[in-house]
Design a protein around this ligand. Structure first.
Ligand code: ADE
Length: 174
């Protein structure tokens, strides 16, 4: 429960036709603005993290919000996977395909190494392209993935298919 007003799920707002016509955007900002609802989501996420996990990997940008709070709750560090050109030190990067064109994600080369075990966090699983690229990026540094953890999964986009072979956990399915 978030508070006497209801469950934390009620703090996710549908915004029709954003960012373009036909898309119903799942707006998490009311949830973040409610301390009890936000804490309830982090507690549920924490219960899904394996006991042998060394670090949380947050995907830019909303993955940083949930990843940071989760890392703090578990006493773990946060590693950031960022859009190109944002990380200052030596990076390892991966290019991945979007619906139209390509994009790139980066991680600091010294952020992870063989033997590290991580949980990857983002707010929402859509087609799974970004999360799948992050799984590969982490694997290329020699680390293993305990799970990919999301607040919301849009089931009709079948993003879990892009993550086959990895444990996928989402608190809320639409
Ligand atoms: N990312 C992709 N689809 C989305 C949606 N419907 N709401 C919020 N974020 C999204």
């Amino acid at each position: 429960m978030a508070d006497s007003a209801g469950q934390w799920q009620e703090y996710i707002r549908d915004v029709p036709d954003f960012p373009k016509p036909g898309i119903v955007f799942k707006d998490i900002t009311p949830l973040l603005a409610n301390g009890e609802a936000f804490a309830a989501t982090i507690a549920e996420m924490a219960a899904l993290v394996g006991s042998d996990v060394d670090a949380i990997v947050g995907i830019e940008s909303r993955g940083f919000i949930f990843g940071a709070a989760l890392a703090q709750k578990l006493g773990l560090g946060l590693i950031t996977v960022r859009k190109p050109g944002k990380l200052p030190a030596d990076v390892h990067s991966i290019e991945y395909e979007l619906e139209y064109g390509f994009d790139r994600l980066e991680i600091h080369r010294d952020a992870l190494s063989a033997g590290h075990r991580v949980v990857i966090v983002d707010d929402l699983l859509a087609t799974g392209g970004t999360a799948a690229a992050t799984v590969k990026l982490v694997g290329q540094l020699g680390a293993t993935v305990d799970a990919c953890l999301f607040l919301i999964e849009l089931d009709f986009l079948e993003g879990h298919k892009a993550l086959s072979g990895t444990r996928v956990e989402s608190l809320l399915h639409y």
